[in-house]
Design a protein around this ligand. Structure first.
Ligand SMILES: Cc1cc2nc3c(=O)[nH]c(=O)nc-3n(C[C@H](O)[C@H](O)[C@H](O)COP(=O)(O)OP(=O)(O)OC[C@H]3O[C@@H](n4cnc5c(N)ncnc54)[C@H](O)[C@@H]3O)c2cc1C
Length: 499
């Protein structure tokens, strides 16, 4: 039997758990990082955002991890780590597909939305090729002195004045004792299951989706499909190349993400309302994938030469949220505490916000009397941020049948994101600030009103609704969003202070 005794046991070596392990080690704690798989391994959750980039840079600066900072921008990532694969993400793009007919750009871009997030490629954010990125972090963790045990099947977890974890690695028994446990297992939901933490009733979660996805070669650029079908006019108003983005193709009762990496791999998947798209008995994931593409001829065209490079994954309903995310000597990272959907890519940023919060607690008086209170606050924030993202995501989903209503609803996300990014650029953001203005009660209240109203607005009333949303968001709208003159095509309008 191999035995390890340490201050912190972190279960799950995704980027979240591993980054926290590196921070804790840097602060002088003894850390065991336990993983059931082996790196490099496939992981979903790849599209980053500017807020995630700011948090990554803040973590690098606060904890003296200079090697981490280049990952916070596309330009420095490519220059410093050309072998760690990533993709260029200039912003978010959305197109509304209609079943049975090819996509046709509508007047005034009424079935498209582009929101730029960066002024140029170098300062742009990225899609993380997680197999490379996570493996690279784990290597750093081992170099930093983290005890790393992979291929570990945990079979015992006791919580009795400390934590005792037992598992098997190959034929060997492994025992880890730790004062504090972090659940970074994501969908593995280690503590949720073993401590019997109470889940929120799934019917209380607004977003409703299941996923079907893989990685592909040979996915055509949507820009090329558009131009081949409709000529250059189809892309003339685009404010950045629409494929260098988290490309959202919206269908009836769902949407598809398309994220391109620089080495020819594309991550693509459908997120589907299970009530509109129930799994058909006997239909394989691959057959379902092709049936969905066939229903949308422009998507079929985009994927005509595509080949999956790994088996399809078909999930059950994605949404879950626990009622607690921390206790006196344990904490869950956000992906272990809950999940909503890939829509608008909130997961990486939320995880980094949580990692930085835990890192700051570890750097402060961790063994002092305030820890329990801090952890209570940490847990509430993690859950509140998930609830906030659920409100925006669920309302956008409810408007998929009315793209012109969904666009103003999505501005709740973009206005909040740009507001927070602008404060970051100005150096005015508090390290305590929550993800996406989740702690701004005035913003949350106005968002709740917008979300409630959106459910009842018809497509015919959409322009009135958009004007109302614009007025409501005005105090926060620093970057000229919600402007009808822009016809859904937004260039980067943030202040550039750090060229
Ligand atoms: C379909 C889908 C699409 C998504 N797309 C995006 C996106 O585009 N952008 C975005 O920001 N977020 C996205 N997310 C969310 C994103 O995946 C998560 O926010 C992110 O992966 C969280 O990282 P993590 O390190 O906390 O956990 P994970 O990446 O989930 O890592 C968990 C680790 O724990 C290990 N593990 C699990 N159980 C055990 C166990 N019992 N013992 C030991 N080890 C264990 C796993 O092997 C894994 O290595 C998506 C999620 C899904 C499901």
């Amino acid at each position: 039997m191999t035995k390890h005794e340490c201050d912190l046991a972190i279960v799950g070596s995704g980027f979240g758990g591993t980054l926290l392990a590196i921070i804790a080690r840097k602060l002088g704690y003894s850390v065991a990082l336990l993983e059931r798989g082996v790196h490099p391994r496939f992981a979903i959750g790849e599209s980053s955002t500017p807020l995630a980039d700011f948090k990554l840079a803040a973590i690098a600066d606060r904890f003296g991890l200079d090697w981490l900072r280049p990952f916070s921008k596309y330009g420095t990532w490519k220059q410093t780590y050309p072998k760690v694969q990533c993709g260029l993400k200039r912003g978010f793009s959305f197109f509304r597909q209609e079943a049975g007919v090819p996509y046709k750009p509508r007047e005034g871009n009424a079935n498209a939305l582009l929101v730029a997030a960066s002024p140029d490629d170098a300062r742009s954010d990225t899609h993380w090729f997680r197999a490379d990125f996570d493996a690279n972090l784990v290597k750093r963790a081992v170099e930093a002195g983290v005890i790393y045990v992979d291929r570990l099947e945990l079979h015992g977890l006791n919580h009795d004045g400390g934590w005792q974890l037992q598992g098997t690695r190959a034929d060997e028994e492994v025992e880890v004792r730790a004062g504090f446990l972090v659940d970074a297992t994501g969908d593995g939901q280690l503590l949720g299951r073993t401590l019997g933490l109470e889940p929120i009733d799934p019917s209380a979660l607004r977003a409703r989706s299941r996923a079907l996805y893989s990685h592909f070669t040979g996915v055509a650029r949507w820009h090329d499909v558009l131009e081949k079908t409709h000529g250059k006019a189809a892309t003339a108003s685009h404010t950045f190349p629409c494929d260098e983005a988290a490309l959202h193709q919206i269908i009836d009762g769902g949407w598809m993400w398309i994220l391109r990496f620089d080495h020819g791999i594309t991550s693509a998947g459908f997120s589907l309302d299970p009530e509109v798209h129930p799994v058909r008995a006997g239909e394989s994931p691959e057959a379902e994938w092709h049936r969905l593409l066939q229903a949308y001829s422009s998507l079929e065209r985009q994927f005509a030469q595509a080949e999956p490079v790994r088996p399809f994954v078909r999930t059950g309903r994605l949404q879950r949220r626990l009622a607690r995310a921390a206790g006196a000597d344990w904490a869950l990272l956000p992906h272990a505490a809950g999940f909503l959907d890939a829509w608008l890519s909130p997961g990486i940023a939320q995880t980094l916000f949580a990692v930085e919060r835990l890192g700051r607690m570890l750097a402060d008086d961790w063994r002092g009397p305030c820890r329990e209170e801090w952890l209570g606050d940490y847990g509430r924030r993690v859950l509140d941020e998930l609830a906030w993202v659920d409100e925006i995501t669920g309302t956008c989903f409810a408007c998929f049948d009315r793209f012109e209503v969904m666009v103003p609803v999505s501005m709740l996300y973009f206005v909040a994101a740009h507001y927070c990014e602008d404060r970051e650029r100005a150096g005015q953001a508090s390290p305590e600030a929550a993800f996406l203005l989740a702690d701004d009660s005035a913003y949350r209240q106005l968002a709740t009103r917008v979300c409630r109203k959106a459910l009842t607005v018809s497509a015919a009333d959409a322009s009135h609704f958009a004007a109302e949303v614009r007025r409501a968001l005005e105090p926060y709208n620093l970057c000229c969003l919600c402007d009808p003159e822009r016809c859904n095509m937004y260039p980067f309008t943030g202040t550039v202070r750090n060229p």
